[in-house]
Design a binder for this molecule. Structure first.
Ligand code: NAD
Length: 467
């Protein structure tokens, strides 16, 4: 089977991983100059092929150029430049302040070493960002890397598979183009770290594969990220920033607001303002708007359409239109929904449908959040930081953003990751370097001064114990 490029032959995958290990063992990727040069090449790849990447993303997701540049390409370039600038500092061994008297004159170091051969599996919704951003961290940390783009966004996968060997070292970095079978074979190979972005069901497959060989993992998963609209929220600001974050990439964002918890008296004005803002953003026919994306595949379209079809028409406050020929689903707002709704409140929606639940007391909103898996993101809209902190102190989530959505993900100085079912480990900036780095404990003992050491050798006696 092939996407837009032939898939990598299954029997080639073990050989490729073995080759990556041999190259790692030569020390090629440990050189800081080599890492910086490769990071620059990756930035060049993005900058010299921006138009081609935009085109591929548009074919896959009908992503607008603005969303492709801001959400996909620029973060990778920015991260390359960050790593090039900070690599000497990040890779420098750290000295520790010793606490054990017998080691007082010895040297202790934490060496920042690459983990070795790492596997990075990307997802389709931000197919450039989610594959290449962790790649930046893996290169910077000095690893050899096997990349596995998502087959669902086939145009982008094909382009990346073609471009990587043109720009980067083919000895150190390889791409497996393929689907489940190719990923399955890759997961059977010996790696020193697996970095996976995608849904939790496959997350378990990846973690099981890692457990079999006891290699470390980073899991960037998803979940139902709530938005709490507090009684004192600025409703205009809330509507703008919530709608932007929800309908960006047609709701196919891991940290998209999945459902809203709003103070009951605000519901009516909220819906009215939302209607006006959506019309301003996408016109009265969102299907005709170039700023509005499409659902990535027929399978995901069918899943979302089935969701829309199950909603009682009286509960659809805005939207509800679908068009299979175009994989279009209108921005859809659903009200009169309860926490135990079997259609919209079970799985992560991952599309442009937004259920709105009302609460009387903020504690009710907190109880609903706490009745569910820890989400990847939590959003709180309130003019009062104390109110926001009150909610934060009573809940858990991978990350949170107050008075906006998605922006904490865009800010690469912040660690990004989930907790429990929404993921484990994190990355971006310094954390990306750390995710692919082994902190190697190193002690250089003084080979002289044997007198000091004599106290630790048997035969033991009470005096030695006091030492
Ligand atoms: P996907 O279908 O592209 O799958 C991700 C990867 O897993 C692909 O490379 C695919 O080949 C591989 N894969 C799929 N099934 C497999 C199997 N049975 N065995 C081995 N490998 C397999 O992406 P998806 O899972 O549909 O992505 C959507 C999910 O990802 C959502 O839950 C979303 O919230 C989450 N997500 C999380 C982040 C994050 O950064 N935390 C980002 C984007 C998406």
């Amino acid at each position: 089977m092939s996407g837009l490029l032939p898939y990598t032959a299954l029997d080639q995958i073990p050989t490729t991983v073995n080759d990556l290990r041999s190259v790692f063992n030569t020390g090629l990727t440990k050189s800081l100059d080599f890492r910086k040069q490769q990071l620059q090449r990756l930035a060049d790849l993005c900058l010299e092929n921006t138009d081609a990447l935009i085109e591929a993303l548009n074919k896959d997701l009908r992503k607008h150029k603005v969303e492709s540049v801001i959400g996909e390409i620029s973060p990778v370039v920015d991260e390359c430049h960050f790593m090039i600038k900070n690599l000497n500092k990040l890779a420098k061994s750290e000295q520790t302040s010793k606490r054990f008297l017998m080691n007082a004159t010895d040297k202790t170091l934490v060496r920042k070493e690459p983990k070795g051969v790492v596997l990075i599996i990307g997802a389709w919704n931000y197919p450039v960002n989610l594959l290449l951003l962790p790649f930046v961290g893996a290169i910077a940390a000095g690893n050899t890397v096997l990349l596995k783009p998502s087959e669902v966004s086939a145009n982008t996968a094909a382009l990346i598979t073609e471009l990587i060997p043109k720009y980067l070292s083919q000895d150190a970095y390889r791409v497996v183009n393929g689907g489940v079978s190719e990923t399955t074979v890759a997961l059977e190979q010996r790696f020193d770290h697996m970095f996976y972005t995608g849904n939790g069901a496959v997350g378990k497959i990846v973690m099981t594969a890692a457990a079999k060989q006891l290699c470390s993992v980073t899991l960037e998963l998803g979940g139902k990220s709530p938005t709490v609209i507090a009684p004192d929220a600025d409703l205009d600001v809330t509507v703008h920033r919530l709608a932007w974050g929800k309908f960006y990439n047609s709701g196919q964002t891991c940290v998209a607001p999945d459902y809203v918890l709003i103070h009951k008296p605000l519901l009516k004005p909220f819906i009215e303002k939302l209607r006006a803002f959506l019309e301003k953003s996408y016109g009265n026919k969102p299907q005709a708007s170039e700023s509005y994306g499409r659902i990535v595949s027929d399978r995901h379209f069918d899943r979302l359409k089935a969701m829309v079809d199950r909603i009682d028409a009286s509960k659809i406050a805005i939207g509800g239109q679908t068009d299979a020929s175009d994989r279009f689903i209108a921005p859809t707002i659903v009200t009169d929904i309860s926490n135990d709704d079997a259609n919209l409140m079970v799985e992560e929606i991952f599309g442009p449908i937004l259920p709105v639940l009302v609460y009387d007391d903020l504690q009710e909103a907190v109880d609903i959040i706490n009745s569910r898996d820890y989400p990847l993101a939590l959003y709180i809209f309130s003019k009062n930081e104390k109110t926001a902190n009150w909610v934060l102190d009573r809940t858990q989530s991978g990350g949170c953003c107050i008075n906006d959505t998605l922006m904490h993900l865009q800010e690469l100085s912040l660690p990004f990751g989930g907790i429990g079912p929404s993921g484990q480990g994190n990355y971006h900036g310094e954390r990306s370097f750390a995710a692919f780095t082994h902190e190697r404990t190193t002690m250089y003992k003084d080979a002289s001064a044997e007198k000091v050491n004599e106290v630790k050798y048997p035969p033991y006696n009470e005096d030695k114990y006091k030492v």
